[in-house]
Each structure stands twice: as structure tokens, then as C-alpha cells.
Design a protein around this ligand. Structure first.
Ligand SMILES: Cc1cc2nc3c(=O)[nH]c(=O)nc-3n(C[C@H](O)[C@H](O)[C@H](O)COP(=O)(O)O)c2cc1C
Length: 308
């Protein structure tokens, strides 16, 4: 994998932006391990983002990035802030970053849009993206339709820019698989939730550790906003109401502020415990450095075994 050379970091691993979770301090802690930490600007205002970038800079000398969710009403201001604050890397989700691309590129920012389809990957290459993050639907948070196994090789064949694989990666074996599929690096989110530095409530971390394969599902498919979560009372009720044909307004009653409730208050029954399918592979809490070093030790071991 070569992504680390492109980004000037030790490990070819990006920490996925996670709204309401990935603060400046968390991103800095990830960057200090040698991977690339990302501030998740999804749930922030422009002022909050500037503050978090400054906090991140106070805690690390290493490169870091900002994940912008383009449906955020403050995106225009945030697009300026990442330039003013000389943020080295921007990843984007939930939309088309086309209108910002020229200004970011002339400011020397490396841009990696998250894509869930081949068509979007091609469009991002034409716009001048430095690479694309091909995210399969195994991932936590908002999901597309295609799995990582099927998406990554198609995107790798379709574009001539670096492809980073995301979704369903939490072990060295899966990292080797991602490389074989055509990825030059990986982006992970779920496997970093149960780490000492992750600023989520202890109940959330425990829910991730306790999750088994059948406990993780997608809600919001009918409503058109599919999100991967760990099942709880709220999710079961939401899906039942969705099937009965509840209106979007009625469904919003369940989801409004639900991620914050789980993250901050530890309400894992009515809150939204967003996590990917790899939650079923995480059984412990450890430091970020331990989690990331273990991934790469496993990766090296698996590669050696394969080459024997
Ligand atoms: C709790 C949670 C919140 C997330 N929020 C965002 C977000 O705000 N923006 C984004 O682009 N991706 C978001 N993601 C996706 C991650 O950035 C990353 O691509 C994904 O977690 C990788 O797949 P994995 O969960 O299987 O490791 C989120 C993922 C999780 C688990």
C-alpha cells in the first residue's frame, strides 16, 4: 500500500470522519499514531470547525484532515476555513464538492471524496480529486448499496487516481484483501470506536464490543436515508413504522438528535448507535496506537504467509 507516501504519514490508513465523534483532539491522537486523523465536521457550525482545527493543531505536529458533509448549511464558510487554516487534507461526503475543488487545489489541499458508486468516482476524477475513498455498505453511518468487495475493484478499474477502500475493514486480513482489490490504503471508523481516546460514552463503546453479526442492521432504507446501526428498541420501532408507511416527519421523531443522545448521554436504547458490520469483530478496548499497530502487524504477517 502506498497511500502513506502520498500523505507523508507512517501508515496508509485514514480515520473516517465521524460527525459528533471525531473532534480535533481525537483526530490529533490518531495522527500521532502515524495514521491520518480526520475532524468530522458533519454536526458542527463553521465557528466550531475552526476551533476544532486549532485544537487539533495544538495536539499534533503531524498531518491531519477535515471531513466535510456537503449538506451542512455552513459548507461554504467551512470550505474557506480549511484554506485559511491550511488543512492538508479534505474528504467530502453527501454531495458533489465540484464548486470548491479549484480553490482547494490552488491552496495545495489534497482532496479525497467518499464515493459509493463507480459513476461518482469517475466524476470526482474529472473534477481533479487526488484520490477517491470507495466506501462499501458494510460501513457504519450513512451507506450506499454496494459492498466493498464489489465496489473497490470496479472503482480501481474505472479511475487512474489512488483508491482507498472503506467499509468492513478491521483486521490485517481485510487490509490485504483491500490491497488485492486495488486499494492503496484503507479508511476505518468502526474499529476505532472502542478505543481509550474515542470521546463517546462508555455505553456506546460497550454496545460496539457486545455486538454480534446479526445485531447490526440498516435503518432508513425505505425513507431514502440508509444508516448502519446496532439494533436497539428505537431501531426496531423505526423499521416497523417504516414498513407500515410512516411519513418522513413521523420517522424523524425517532432520529432527531439520536446520534448525540448515544454519543454524549450513553442512551443506547433510544439513541442511534451508528457502527459498521465490523463491530462484531471488536471485543476489547485499547489505545488508538495499539489498535492501529495491531492492524499493521497482522497485515505484514498475512502478507508473509501468502508469499511463502
Ligand atoms: C459512528 C460513525 C459516524 C460516521 N460519520 C461519518 C461522517 O460524518 N462523515 C463521513 O463521511 N463518514 C462518516 N462515517 C463513515 C466513516 O468515515 C468511515 O468511512 C467508515 O466508518 C468506514 O467503515 P467501517 O465503519 O466499516 O470502518 C461514520 C462512521 C461511523 C461508524
Amino acid at each position: 500500500m502506498k497511500l502513506h507516501e502520498l500523505l507523508g504519514i507512517k501508515y496508509p490508513l485514514i480515520q473516517g470522519g465521524m460527525a459528533n465523534i471525531a473532534t480535533g483532539e481525537f483526530a490529533a491522537a490518531v495522527s500521532n499514531t502515524g495514521a491520518l486523523g480526520m475532524i468530522g465536521a458533519g454536526g458542527m457550525s463553521a465557528d466550531m470547525l475552526r476551533e476544532q482545527i486549532q485544537i487539533c493543531k495544538q495536539h499534533t505536529q503531524m498531518p491531519f484532515g477535515v471531513n466535510l458533509m456537503l449538506m451542512n448549511p455552513d459548507t461554504d464558510k467551512m470550505a474557506e476555513i480549511v484554506i485559511e487554516e491550511q488543512v492538508p487534507v479534505v474528504t467530502t461526503g453527501a454531495g458533489n464538492p465540484g464548486k470548491y475543488m479549484k480553490q482547494w487545489k490552488s491552496a495545495g489541499i489534497k482532496v479525497f471524496p467518499v464515493v459509493a458508486s463507480v459513476g461518482l468516482a469517475r466524476r470526482m476524477e474529472r473534477l481533479g480529486a487526488d484520490g477517491v475513498i470507495a466506501e462499501g455498505c458494510e460501513s457504519g453511518g450513512h451507506v450506499g448499496e454496494t459492498t466493498t468487495m464489489v465496489l473497490v475493484p470496479q472503482v480501481a478499474d474505472a479511475v487512474n487516481i489512488p483508491v482507498i477502500a472503506a467499509g468492513g475493514i478491521a483486521s490485517g486480513r481485510q487490509m490485504v484483501a483491500a490491497e488485492v482489490l486495488g486499494a492503496c490504503g484503507v479508511q476505518v471508523g468502526t474499529c476505532l470506536l472502542s478505543t481509550t481516546e474515542c470521546p463517546i460514552h462508555e455505553n456506546y463503546k460497550q454496545a460496539v464490543r457486545n455486538a454480534r453479526d446479526t445485531h447490526i442492521t440498516v435503518m432508513g432504507r425505505i425513507a431514502g436515508t440508509p444508516v448502519r446501526v446496532i439494533k436497539n428498541d428505537m431501531v426496531r420501532e423505526y423499521i416497523a413504522r417504516e414498513k407500515e408507511g410512516a411519513t418522513l416527519m413521523e420517522l424523524e421523531h425517532y432520529t432527531l438528535g439520536s446520534l448525540r443522545r448515544a454519543v454524549k448521554e450513553g442512551d443506547i436504547e433510544t439513541g442511534s448507535v451508528m457502527a459498521g458490520q465490523t463491530a462484531a469483530m471488536i471485543h476489547d478496548e485499547c489505545s488508538l496506537a495499539e489498535r492501529i499497530e495491531t492492524l499493521f502487524t497482522e497485515y505484514e504477517t498475512v502478507l508473509k504467509e501468502l508469499c511463502r
